[in-house]
Design a protein around this ligand. Structure first.
Ligand code: NAD
Ligand code: UGA
Length: 468
């Protein structure tokens, strides 16, 4: 019979490991779940008495309040947690490589490999090792080789692939009621038995018909494929938004019309200033690299274009701002509303706002920023990384971080909406208009405002996917 799991360890207390395993603990009170990380500050935040968690995610605090100290633990004692567990989630970061072979495309598997070696070194009993991080195809094979070459007598390692499909901002909802849970395993009796053990964990709250078991390689590839196809929808609609702006068609109407075809479906067709987030670009570049490694250049070029269209969309938006403000923004004041890569998260990784602000800085504009959730220190760090050759003090001469929409928009010539925060739907535009320089320009990168209403107030409005 498959092993009944009673102790789980998760390596990596980030955006995926933290929420995912907190939900496992909540839904499986009979399983002890320990989430470990060597980042002491992160673990301290997870353990903070006033629930000042390291990640902002609606509903997360409630989950942690219920399970922490009961059967959910956060620790930096990685070895101890590995030693105890029967099942280990590897949920470490897999960023794009910055140097060496495949730089700029391939996934940096160093963290996955180090975690794997640590599991092999520390374990004194058999383990099911679950690859939760997003990885290139066949990574599980490398993990298996490392584990088998380093295991002690009597220690068996079974590897599963169990990619995560949660989206930030809706992570808890997505984890409570996932569209599917995907588990890949070797199709051997041992592989299938390990798979069954993990199925039983999820089946504490996910119905069996939503748990889809496949081979290891299909599972790994399906994760990259899902992200590539989601991002492709956005790039497709953004490509059409450029045609709309040039013709007078309205992208909202076009995407509704197209999405009403049940074969296409209405979701994920919202034109924007460009997709951001830690994964879409990284995973597509990963797929591009994989295709090239497999000598499939046409396939690589096809997927690469999804990222190129996204870069073009961001560039096109900055250029529209400059063009509309009479071809120069030097010395002009511009308010950027929103810095997170999407609403309901404090995460800024690959946020379109970073690229826009870098472009405005290059034109020597004066920028004020307001985001309801992103920490000030994070904004400075991101702006510094985006312009590595400019000293931070010089960046700070032209950028102000503010604490409200009204503070950000005082005396500015233009307002840019970069993130679709709900708070921005409730802005008192009369009050904003009254305190802006005239003519007052508004650029909506998120299809958030009603342009006709704003034009009545007096704004000059430019919306993604609409002519002037
Ligand atoms: P993250 O950077 O937020 O978290 C990763 C954590 O792992 C870090 O805190 C790091 O200190 C820790 N870590 C690294 N090596 C370790 C080790 N050996 N032992 C213990 N801890 C270690 O990253 P994330 O956003 O959680 O993403 C993790 C993986 O999940 C990535 O592969 C990503 O592609 C994938 N993913 C992310 C999302 C998302 O929405 N962010 C969604 C699905 C999948
Ligand atoms: C995405 C996927 O949706 C998840 O399924 C996946 O697990 C995750 O990546 C991952 O692998 O990391 P996430 O990046 O958190 O999740 O958020 P999304 O809601 O997908 O948004 C990504 C970006 O696309 C955001 O900048 C968002 O504003 C933009 N977007 C989304 C659009 O511009 N238009 C849309 O119609 C939808």
């Amino acid at each position: 019979a498959p092993l009944k799991v009673t102790k789980i360890c998760c390596l990596g207390a980030g955006y995926v490991g933290g929420p995912t395993c907190a939900v496992v603990a909540l839904k499986c009170p009979h399983i002890k779940v320990t989430i470990v990380d060597f980042n002491q500050a992160r673990i301290d935040a997870w353990n903070s008495p006033d629930y000042n968690l390291p990640i902002y995610e609606p509903g997360l605090e409630d989950v942690v309040r219920q399970a922490r100290g009961r059967n959910l633990f956060f620790s930096t004692n990685v070895d101890q947690a590995i030693l105890e567990a029967e099942l280990i989630f590897v949920s470490v970061n897999t960023p794009t490589k910055k140097s060496g072979v495949g730089a700029g495309f391939a996934a940096d598997l160093n963290y996955v490999e180090l975690a794997t070696r640590q599991i092999a070194r520390v374990s004194t009993s058999s383990k099911i090792v679950v690859e939760k991080s997003t990885v290139p195809c066949r990574t599980a094979e490398s993990m298996r080789t490392i584990l088998e070459a380093n295991s002690k007598p009597g220690c068996r390692f079974d590897i599963l692939s169990n990619p995560e499909f949660l989206a930030e901002g809706t992570a808890i909802q997505d984890l409570f009621a996932p569209d599917r849970v995907l588990i890949g395993s070797l199709q051997t009796p041992e592989g299938k038995s390990a798979c069954e053990s993990l199925v039983e964990v999820y089946n504490n709250w996910v119905p069996k018909q939503k748990i889809f078991t496949v081979g290891l390689w299909s599972s790994e590839l399906s994760k990259l494929a899902a992200n590539a196809m989601l991002a492709q929808r956005i790039s497709s609609i953004n490509a059409l938004s450029a045609i709309c702006e040039a013709t007078g068609a309205n992208i909202d109407e076009v995407s509704n019309a197209v999405g009403m075809d049940s074969r296409v479906g209405p979701k994920f067709l919202r034109a924007s200033v460009g997709f951001g987030g830690s994964c879409f670009q990284k995973d597509i570049l990963n797929l591009v690299y994989l295709s090239e490694s497999l000598h499939l250049p046409e396939v690589a070029a096809y997927w690469r274009q999804v990222v190129e269209m996204n870069d073009y969309q961001k560039r096109r938006f900055s250029k529209r701002v400059v063009d509309t403000l009479f071809n120069t923004i030097t010395g002009k004041r511009i308010a950027v509303l929103g810095f997170a890569f999407k609403a309901d998260t404090g995460d800024t990784r690959e946020s379109a706002a970073i690229t826009l602000i870098r472009d405005f800085q290059a034109e020597r504009a004066r920028i004020s920023i307001y985001d309801p959730k992103v920490e000030e220190s994070q904004i400075w760090q991101d702006l510094q990384e985006a312009s590595p050759t400019v000293p931070l003090v010089d960046i700070q001469k032209n950028v102000t971080i503010t604490h409200s929409v009204l503070e950000a928009t005082r005396d500015v010539e233009a307002v840019i909406i970069a993130t679709e925060w709900r708070e921005f739907k409730l802005i008192d535009w009369h009050a904003v208009y009254a305190q802006m320089s005239k003519p007052a320009f508004l650029f909506d990168g998120r299809l958030l405002v009603n342009p006709d209403e704003l034009r009545q107030i007096g704004f000059r409005v430019s919306v993604i996917g609409r002519g002037e």
